[in-house]
Ligand binder design. Structure first.
Ligand SMILES: [Zn+2]
Length: 415
């Protein structure tokens, strides 16, 4: 049976403990999905919650659930985020939200037990598998399967750069379960903002009301391998030159819409990657984002028109292999309102924000009413070992999330 409610001090102590898994020398973490460090942190979370009476389970794609059934047969309020990280990442991205959810549910379990409260819905903490997409593409893989957007078999067959499948990685850390996870009535997630708007304006809690639209592409630039010394320029089919022109074109597409369209190329794989060989093939992942669908479509069309010119200029061919994306979609307004009321009741400055980055809740909100909260990121730094959120902001976020989950569990948004 759940004991006494955990304190703020215990939250901070647990956060410090969690930050030791996959810790890097410069204060960050490296615990990509399905690695030994991911396995260690998952076992740590399982022990923390199992000790307080939660039933820890894995679904068929490694999503980790800790269930507390207070009302037999009732669906769950599912709160969580992701523990996996980018290769050299900060301690807060995802992990903060999972631990905040664990503490919110521990507090509520203790409170309900002490007061003899019978909520309308059960409580579940979730750690979604492979949110980051650095080891296995696409990102948000676990929540995509949970919400029926991605087939489980397809997800399990995805391979990392070394050829290891999702299934093999999950089996190696003992986290491949079966089934489809609990039935969710409502979802909640809290995350660091990963931008500077909240810090700049002195706001403690961001009430996420929509997400930016994203188009992601995997391009393969095909050239021809040649000697870097003896092959005259006129004879070259330099795949890296073509890829570089594509990188520049992506920035130009963004520069046409200052502040309204964001584009990036974050990964290049160059073959054969030898200093004396003109590259024959480059794979790159390119993304475009905007809060306005028409602008995204314009920027995307402009970029695609440039491809023929790049092929001619660099004497290469460019193949678009995979595309994946999501539109601008709102979070349920009643959830945003509920979170705004909670922040006001707790005396914390809050305002609606749109998320530029994708989150597991971006998937969840499409199938179940979902509340998404942000806390400030110092200088907006993220996917970086210097990522930071203050203790005070982390604790304010835990307080708001706890109250949001409490009201959801008691039926505040139920018919
Ligand atoms: Zn994240």
């Amino acid at each position: 049976m759940p004991g006494t409610a955990p304190t703020d001090e215990l939250f901070l102590a647990h956060f410090a403990e969690l930050s030791r898994f996959g810790a890097t020398e410069r204060g960050g973490v490296d615990r990509q999905a399905g690695t030994p460090a991911d396995g260690e942190q998952r076992r740590w979370l399982a022990q923390l919650l199992a000790a307080e009476g939660f039933d820890v389970q894995y679904d068929r794609v490694g999503n980790q659930f800790a269930l507390l059934e207070l009302v037999p047969g009732a669906p769950y309020v599912l709160t969580g985020s992701h523990l996996d990280s980018q290769p050299t990442a900060g301690r807060f991205d995802g992990a903060y939200g999972v631990l905040a959810s664990a503490h919110a549910c521990l507090r509520l379990a203790a409170e309900f037990a002490a007061a003899g409260t019978r909520p309308r819905f059960n409580l579940a903490v979730v750690n979604w598998f492979n949110e980051e997409g650095s080891r296995f593409k696409p990102s948000m893989l676990g929540s995509s399967v949970f919400t029926g957007k991605l087939d489980a078999g397809t997800a399990l067959a995805v391979r990392d750069g070394q050829g290891v499948t999702v299934r093999e990685a999950l089996e190696s850390i003992g986290c491949l379960g079966d089934g489809e996870g609990p039935s969710a009535a409502f979802c909640a997630e809290i995350h660091i903002e990963q931008g500077r708007s909240l810090e700049r304006d002195g706001i403690t809690i961001g009430l996420v009301d929509s997400n930016w639209a994203v188009n992601k592409y995997e391009f393969v630039v095909h050239g021809e391998q040649a000697h870097t010394g003896s092959t005259v320029i006129a004879d070259r089919h330099d795949a890296l030159l073509g890829a570089s022109m594509l990188v520049v074109a992506a920035r130009e597409a963004a520069d046409r819409y200052p502040g309204q369209v964001i584009t990036s190329v974050g990964q290049l794989s160059v073959y054969p990657n030898s200093p004396v060989v003109v590259p024959s093939r480059v794979e790159l992942v390119l993304d475009l984002r905007s809060a306005q669908m028409p602008l995204l479509a314009e920027a995307d069309a402009w970029l695609h028109e440039r491809i023929a010119a790049i092929e001619a200029a660099a004497s290469v061919t460019i193949e678009q292999r995979m595309s994946h994306g999501w539109p601008v979609t709102p979070y349920q307004p009643e959830g945003v309102e509920l979170a705004a009321k909670v922040a006001a009741d707790l005396g914390l400055p809050a305002r609606p924000v749109s998320t530029l980055a994708g989150h597991d809740s971006t998937n969840l909100k499409d199938v179940v009413p979902t509340v998404m909260l942000f806390v400030p990121s110092v200088e907006g730094i993220s996917h970086n070992e210097r990522e930071l959120t203050s203790d005070a902001d982390m604790l304010a976020g835990v307080a708001v999330l706890t109250e949001v989950v409490r009201r959801l569990a008691l039926g505040a948004l139920a018919e």
